[in-house]
Write a protein that binds this ligand. Structure first.
Ligand code: ADP
Ligand code: MG
Length: 260
């Protein structure tokens, strides 16, 4: 049975979908079979982040309504072998029952090594369903107090679900500002949340470019390298965290820092 991991957050717009999609690419590139489920109904955009919005036909609601089989709704990524998406549209009438959602996720678990659920922020149905069926959770936060406080609330809520592990990804870290002491460091965030950190991901213009042209997973980008470390931590149980401040240290780093 594959592992089911829910990716969630307290606040929206912190990078859940981007991290879910990039983790999917990184783990599939490492040779595992990965299914991504877009459970952020209404704000669904995993297809866009993956650059495959044109080819998503059936979605999770069609499976639930019996309009198609699960295998027909799964969209294979055109460039990444072993990566599939189960997309989502806005729900009419909120008819997504926990039972039906759980059946779909269990079917995916039998066919894939990893099932990632891109869940809505907060506590709506999509969040509860995702948290109820997952084995593990990743909370994504940015290193700003409002986002961390909301992540803390979600962490509290998640403690009432039966999850084997809840860990944190600190996204959009500006290493130059951390070194200047202007923003929270990863250690500061962990100090507030008191959860294990599974990754730190730098602010990277490449994400914006990739989101615009719909092509994630550029092996040269710092974002992808940081996410690959998260993939390795998940798959191999390693404990490697990308150091977002490294490139701003030393003499070259000094000039990079003042050039920003
Ligand atoms: N590490 C990053 N560096 C720069 N921009 C990022 C990063 N992560 C996410 N973004 C941008 O932030 C915005 C929100 O990301 P998204 O993944 O859609 O968030 P969510 O799914 O949590 O709502 C997008 O425009 C995305 O391109
Ligand atoms: Mg999203």
């Amino acid at each position: 049975m594959g592992r089911c991991i829910v990716v969630t957050s307290g606040k929206g717009g912190v990078g859940k979908s981007t991290i879910t999609a990039t983790l999917g690419v990184a783990i599939a590139e490492a040779g595992a079979k990965v299914a991504l489920v877009d459970a952020d109904v209404g704000l669904n955009n995993l297809d866009l982040v993956l650059g495959i919005e044109g080819i998503v036909g059936y979605d999770v609601q069609d499976v639930l309504k019996g309009r198609c089989r699960l295998s027909e709704a799964l969209v294979k990524h055109p460039f990444c072998e072993e990566l599939y998406l189960l997309g989502s549209r806005a729900l009419v009438g909120g008819e997504l029952s926990l039972r039906a959602f759980s059946d779909i996720v269990n079917a995916l678990r039998r066919a894939f090594d990893y099932v990632f659920i891109d869940s809505p922020a907060g506590i709506d149905d999509g969040f509860q369903h995702a948290a109820s069926v997952a084995d593990e959770a990743i909370i994504v936060t940015t290193p700003v107090p409002a986002s961390v406080r909301d992540a803390d609330k979600v962490s509290d809520i998640l403690s009432s679900y039966r999850l084997r592990r809840v860990s944190v990804v600190v996204n959009r870290v500006r290493g130059d500002l951390v070194l200047k002491g202007d923003v929270m460091s990863v250690a500061d965030v962990v100090g507030v949340l008191r959860l294990p950190v599974i990754g730190s991901v730098p602010e990277d213009d490449e994400v914006l470019r990739a989101a615009t042209v719909g092509k994630i997973g550029d092996v040269k980008s710092s974002h992808y390298r940081a996410v690959c470390m998260i993939a390795s931590n998940l798959m191999l149980g390693t404990d490697t965290i990308y150091d977002c401040t490294a490139k701003y240290r030393g003499i070259v780093g000094f000039f990079r820092k003042i050039a920003r």
